[in-house]
Design a protein around this ligand. Structure first.
Ligand code: HEM
Length: 408
């Protein structure tokens, strides 16, 4: 379904290990490697502050998380200024992404199991899936082509904001390269949003859940932030080394409820052997991220949210912190957006912690509303929607939040 009917072959996460994948991966890596993403920190700070301001008045915080994630990635990739979730590009991407969820949910489409169904005409019994696919295919194609067409027009008019897409297209003009390069640029920029948006929303949703369920963790983070940043100024990346507890919260969030509990399945390209098991070529291998992070030997009481697992006895980040990178996969296909993700999520978390107490909602009858702690299922999982209160931590915090709302 993904490849042949929905057109997701343009997304290199779903390509086989071949030269075409290598070319995509190389270009993506150039733009999103650790050093390159330092340039985008100002955009990440800006969107973290818009998110923090938005949380003051929202009663559906996931929408704010979604907006922050879309605005950060689309701003960096295409120079877009996304102001709300009704932006046509966000709507288009949501529709296209929905097709991934449907197509990767086992049992959704019989054609996965009965290949001859691909020959059934769309009007015949059993062929309805083709009509659904045709509509989604259009959205998937537009997701890759529309933004670049728009930017090319803006470049001609001289109104394009700086972005990854603009610099890649400009270098193309200078080198007068061919349409093949433009195909790569289109696919690589399109892939950034697909790879980064839902995953970021999932991690930040889990963070909010972990904070509301663990007030003592929040209190420890508040104590460190107040001591290092003070309670009348805004945090930024310059404080990162001094806030190991906040960084440990990020690591524990990624471990406790991994955004993609089973990663992306891989297919073995040649016969292999592992610990005495024969793995034949063509077998599908699933890296069980959840099991790795919930191994009680490596992580005692794995269901407990405990950031101190990642700290030494004197409160510094321990040498094992890199273990959490298993959430991003491993080997040649490891997530190339991981540096971007770690930067943008960290800055959002530190702002929220600095400004708010995240508390359970109390309903009209005075009863505390407990989050269920349940999760959706799929390739990327989210906490089932729950309500919390974002309460400014002080009068000084409230006035900082209000000042962030005015900044633009
Ligand atoms: C916390 C957030 C994120 C998580 C948990 C995550 C997780 C993953 C995982 C598990 C994979 C598959 C790795 C494998 O096959 O072994 C992957 C692939 C990928 N991710 Fe991420 N990701 C995140 C954020 C991002 C961001 C922000 C971007 C873009 C800026 C991105 C872009 C990609 C791309 C392009 C691939 C495909 C790589 C390939 O097939 O070579 N991801 N990600």
């Amino acid at each position: 379904m993904l490849h042949d009917f929905l057109g997701w072959g343009k997304a290199f996460a779903f390509l086989g290990y071949n030269d075409d994948w290598r070319e995509h991966r190389r270009l993506f890596h150039q733009q999103f490697q650790g050093q390159a993403i330092q340039e985008y920190q100002h955009k990440m700070v800006k969107e973290a502050r818009k998110l923090t301001a938005g949380l003051l008045t929202t009663d559906e915080f996931t929408k704010n998380l979604r907006l922050m994630s879309a605005a950060t990635i689309l701003g960096v990739t295409y120079g877009m200024d996304i102001r709300d979730n009704s932006d046509p590009y966000v709507v288009l991407a949501k529709k296209a992404m929905h097709s991934i969820v449907r197509a990767t949910t086992p049992g959704s489409y019989m054609v996965e199991y009965v290949p001859f169904m691909r020959y059934i005409p769309s009007w015949a019994p059993g062929g309805k899936f083709k009509l659904e696919a045709a509509e989604w295919r259009e959205a998937v194609s537009a997701l890759f082509t529309k933004p670049l067409e728009h930017i090319k027009k803006e470049m001609v008019q001289g109104t394009a904001a700086p972005s990854i897409a603009v610099s890649l297209l400009a270098s193309l003009e200078e080198n007068s390269e061919n349409s093949e390069s433009e195909r790569l640029i289109r696919n690589v920029t399109g892939m950034a949003y697909i790879g980064g948006s839902d995953t970021t929303v999932s991690v930040l949703g889990t963070f909010v859940l972990a904070m509301v369920l663990n007030p003592s963790v929040q209190a420890a983070a508040h104590e460190q932030i107040d001591r290092v940043v003070g309670n009348d100024s805004l945090p930024d990346y310059t404080y990162r080394e001094l806030l190991p507890y906040v960084t440990a919260i990020l690591h524990e969030t990624l471990r406790w409820r991994p955004a993609g509990p089973l990663g992306i399945p891989h297919q073995v390209s040649a016969d292999d052997e592992y610990n005495g098991f024969h793995i034949p070529a063509g077998a599908v291998v699933v890296g069980n991220v959840w099991a790795i992070f919930h191994d009680p030997v490596r992580f005692p009481n794995p269901d407990t949210f405990d950031p101190t697992r990642w700290l030494t006895s004197d409160g510094q980040l321990s040498e094992d912190v890199s273990d959490v990178m298993a959430t991003f996969g491993s080997g040649r296909r490891i997530c190339p957006g991981r540096h971007f993700a770690m930067e943008s999520i960290w800055i959002a978390m530190v702002h929220i912690l600095a400004m708010y107490d995240i508390e359970k909602l109390v309903d009209d009858t005075g009863k505390v509303v407990e989050p269920s702690g349940e999760y959706t299922s799929g390739l990327v999982v989210y906490p089932v929607p729950f309500k919390v209160i974002f309460k400014p931590r002080s009068a000084a915090a409230l006035s900082l939040i209000q000042s962030m709302a005015l900044d633009d």
